[in-house]
Design a binder for this molecule. Structure first.
Ligand code: MN
Length: 308
């Protein structure tokens, strides 16, 4: 017999509550990159893991102090075929879009924009700049809705569930008996979990796969530490995840039924074919009416060259 060489093996060795046939979990490193002067940890997509349910993109940004000259200033840019979900732990952002929406978002609130066949938006740090900390997520739209009309929702209060040693705030879907009224086009769940010192059990759906992103603090699962900059992936088939923490921690739990349609994701677009991507790219760069106009002082971001 050889010793454990992967996290999956470790879990089978160290946790005898679970049979070794239990679905493994995987720990990935997020990739560091920048968005509008802000450093982000990109947890999704990974080469080895493109989606979790319909969740197809996750950028954890901050906590970072902003100067007057430096902010999360992302000028007008387009999207197709996805929803953007913005969630803050600290700071403020102003969302403006081609539907005419202008919405300040603060911690505990959700901005959810549905691109459908085409929308454009900007995200700007408002005049008073302090610190910023949050996550931006994208949710792939299914064939039934991805060519539909764009839409925008702001939720300034979201349902909470008290679970053992933790509080869950439900952004999308249902968790712990609480259900968000935010739009979802496929079966998914998105939850912020604030956990205290000690052990916490998160109850899961067996028909969902899940990803866990630590926004603040540190948790351990089967003797492996999950920190900001990691993505912990849990395949379908689990009833629960047990986490322990030595300090109060804040997590984002994302889940859903595995997305069955094959996606092509490029720049800010989620599509199915290269032709769709190229058409969207040309429509944006030629200022077509498809993506409308955003009332922003920032410069629009041109689409890069599409290399097929
Ligand atoms: Mn965007």
């Amino acid at each position: 017999m050889t010793g454990p060489t992967t996290p999956e093996d470790l879990s089978a060795f160290h946790d005898d509550r679970y049979p070794s046939s239990r679905p493994a979990f995987e720990l990935f490193q997020s990739r560091r990159t920048t968005v509008g002067n802000i450093t982000v940890r990109r947890a999704l997509p990974k080469r080895q893991r493109r989606t979790i349910g319909a969740w197809c993109f996750a950028d954890h940004f901050g906590p970072e102090l902003l100067s007057d000259k430096q902010g999360m200033d992302v000028g007008p840019h387009p999207h197709i075929g996805l929803q953007t979900a913005t969630w803050l732990l600290e700071g403020e952002l102003v969302h403006r879009d081609s539907l005419g929406s202008e919405q300040m978002i603060r911690p505990g609130e959700l901005n959810l924009m549905t691109a459908g066949k085409g929308v454009s938006h900007s995200e700007e740090s408002p005049g008073k700049r302090s610190s910023i900390h949050g996550i931006q997520l994208w949710i792939a739209q299914p064939n039934e809705t991805r060519n539909g009309e764009p839409a925008f929702e702001h939720h300034n209060s979201l349902p909470e569930a008290n679970i053992d040693n933790a509080t869950a705030t439900v952004l999308v879907g249902s968790f712990g008996g609480a259900t968000s009224s935010a739009r979802s086009d496929t079966p998914i769940v998105g939850v912020q979990v604030t956990i205290g010192i000690g052990s916490t059990i998160l109850e899961l759906r067996k028909d969902f796969e899940y990803g866990l992103i630590v926004l603040e603090g540190i948790v351990t699962h089967q003797n492996l530490a999950v920190t900001p900059g990691n993505l912990a992936y849990f395949p379908m088939g689990r009833n629960e995840i047990m986490l322990t923490s030595q300090e109060p921690s804040i997590l984002m739990l994302l889940g859903g039924k595995p997305f069955s349609e094959s996606l092509l994701m490029w720049w800010n677009f989620v599509a199915r074919t290269h032709g769709e991507l190229d058409e969207a790219r040309q429509d944006w760069n030629s200022h077509s009416q498809r993506f409308g106009i955003v009332n922003s002082k920032l410069d629009s971001i041109p689409a890069p060259t599409l290399q097929l």
